[in-house]
Write a protein that binds this ligand. Structure first.
Ligand code: ARG
Length: 555
């Protein structure tokens, strides 16, 4: 509906449609109108006060109102609109039950590549990697809903000097039996041990050089560490219900270093500095190390090679890196080097950064109590708690059903707890708060969904659907449902799943108000109200789907 209004106002105000869409708001009270356009921004341009402008605009549009709008009325500095409630309701109740509800075709024929999750092998799956997995997966789903094809790439941290250290440490102190028991734990211990002194640094560098040169023994060890790590990571992905189109990693690009060097040389961008090769971006990003003085490659070099390769392969419309904001300088540098190399598509590379997870006391979560937190333990703990909550609340259910519900609720709690804030904010990782059934939480949303499902299960209405007069309590919910497609568009243009998350919450609140104020079963409007419930259920289900959250019919 906002689109209809924006299109109508484009001519009269001379403002762009995007700006109008941003400005149009919902009045605080329904009796004022269904939508409002505040005229403040126009007063400079028209050299009049906003109230006069509102009056003028009302007069101008009144003659030519689109059929969806019944009245345009100036109210102080606002131009308020009333919509044709019946027309809108009839349309929404049909559209929202269609397969593609909320979707659009803006991205038709275009591809979006998303670099997400990307944990480092031989190390525990970090909490930052959890954020990237959750947010990246949701961005991908939102891109799909906007018509884009997507490629989700899990770009593992499986290369770099640290593997020289890990290999050396394993050769010195490693135990096969420990590796089999708990590979990541064992390798982590060895890594900590070898980092205690610098006496092994030279030997470790040598081991990495050997690895880069393809030494069979080192490669075999590296491969084993990688396989063990992936096995562990996959238990997490399975639980979270996240899949990838491609699992690659930094190791794929170590032998592409020469290509990058040649390209940089051709453009005269490369400089020697103390035996190393660098690009000096000066004010635009400082010095970027391309090749170390021992001839080995670096993180940035591999990312430059990877981006070039991805463009060749996918001709992407956008390449989105869902990575923590502590890496902003790195991505600024990588994008700048690509630009200097003359790749026009460098402007389509985006660092969709995320903030940190904090502990209850405001400290960085991963250093809780000074020791590493294993994400799989955190997830298990969350599922356990969710199970307890369920056992206290619900009627007896089978063990299998209990397992399923507690997993779905736990995952919803964690995903929603993350996605409800803008990705750039740091968030407090507080499982108990995430798991609460009341308030702005994942379980509250699932519960609202299940409540609607339960009403519909019990419904036996045979009455014919008639859309007559529409009460405020009904219309508030219908109007909210109607705005879903708009939110889907907006959330893609900002790579902001939080817009969908917040929408899902507001939608559920409206539903619960509706349920409280408008009795459904046995009411005169039973059939109509059931249709609204159906519409709500479908819309909330879609919104949760875009967040990667599964729903439950019963809770
Ligand atoms: N593995 C890296 C880390 O944990 C993140 C990789 C991000 N993706 C990229 N193309 N650089 O810090």
């Amino acid at each position: 509906m906002k689109e209809v209004l924006a299109e109508m106002l484009e001519n009269e105000t001379g403002l762009k449609k995007e700006d109008l869409l941003r400005l149009i708001e919902i009045p605080p009270e329904m009796k004022l109108g269904d939508f409002a356009f505040p005229c403040f921004t126009l007063s400079k341009k028209f050299k009049k006060n906003p109230a006069e402008i509102a009056k003028d605009l009302a007069g101008a549009v009144e003659k030519n109102l689109p059929e969806e709008i019944t009245e345009a009325k100036a109210e102080g500095p606002y131009l308020n609109f009333f919509v044709d409630r019946v027309g809108l309701a009839e349309k929404v109740l049909v559209d929202s039950l269609e397969d593609g509800w909320g979707e659009n075709t803006n991205g038709k024929g275009k591809k979006v590549v998303i670099d997400l999750s990307h944990p480092n092998i031989a190390k525990p799956f970090g909490i930052g990697h959890l954020r990237s997995t959750i947010i990246g997966d949701s961005i991908s789903r939102i891109a799909n809903a906007n018509g884009y094809g997507t490629v989700k790439i899990n770009y593992l941290g499986d290369w770099g000097t640290q593997f020289g250290k890990i290999i050396l440490a394993y050769k010195k102190w490693g135990k096969d039996s420990e590796l089999k028991k708990d590979a990541i734990g064992h390798l982590q211990k060895l890594y900590v041990k070898i980092n205690k002194t610098d006496e092994f640094d030279d030997d470790a560098r040598l081991e990495f050089k050997k690895l880069e040169e393809g030494n069979k023994n080192n490669l075999a060890m590296w491969k084993e560490f990688k396989d063990f790590s992936l096995e562990k990571f996959y238990t997490i992905y399975k639980l979270l219900n996240v899949e990838f189109d491609e699992v690659s990693g930094e190791s794929l690009y170590n032998n592409k270093m020469q290509e990058v060097i040649d390209l940089l040389k051709k453009k005269r961008l490369l400089k020697k500095s103390e035996g190393a090769l660098v690009v000096d971006l000066k004010k635009a990003g400082g010095v970027v190390l391309i090749q170390k003085n021992d001839g080995t490659s670096l993180y940035a070099t591999r990312d430059i090679a990877a981006a070039i390769d991805r463009y060749k392969k996918y001709k992407f419309d956008k390449l989105i890196y869902e990575v923590g904001s502590e890496q902003s300088l790195h991505f600024r540098q990588v994008f700048k080097v690509l630009e200097k190399l003359g790749f026009k598509w460098s402007t389509d590379c985006v660092h969709a950064a995320h903030g940190l997870y904090l502990d209850n006391d405001g400290k960085k979560f991963s250093t809780r109590k000074g020791k590493t937190v294993y994400l799989s333990d955190v997830l298990d703990e969350t599922i356990e708690k969710s199970k307890k909550n369920l056992e206290e609340r619900s009627e007896k259910i089978s063990k299998k059903e209990l397992e399923k519900r507690s997993r779905v609720i736990a995952v919803a709690a964690i995903k929603y707890g993350d996605l409800k804030s803008h990705r750039q904010n740091s968030i407090v990782f507080d499982i108990d708060r995430f798991l609460a059934f009341e308030g702005d939480t994942g379980p509250y949303l699932l519960y609202s969904y299940a409540r609607a499902a339960s009403i519909l299960r019990k419904a036996r209405s045979k009455a014919k659907l008639e859309v007559g007069k529409i009460d405020d309590c009904e219309f508030a919910l219908i109007k909210k449902i109607e705005s879903f497609p708009e939110i889907v568009k907006k959330s893609y243009s900002h790579f902001a799943p939080n817009l969908i998350a917040n929408y899902a919450y507001e939608l559920s609140q409206k539903f619960n108000e509706f349920y409280h104020d408008c009795p459904v079963m046995g009411s005169e409007n039973e059939r109509f109200r059931l249709e609204i419930v159906k519409s709500f259920r479908a819309t909330l289900g879609k919104a949760l789907g875009l967040l990667g959250i599964e729903t439950l019919e019963k809770m």
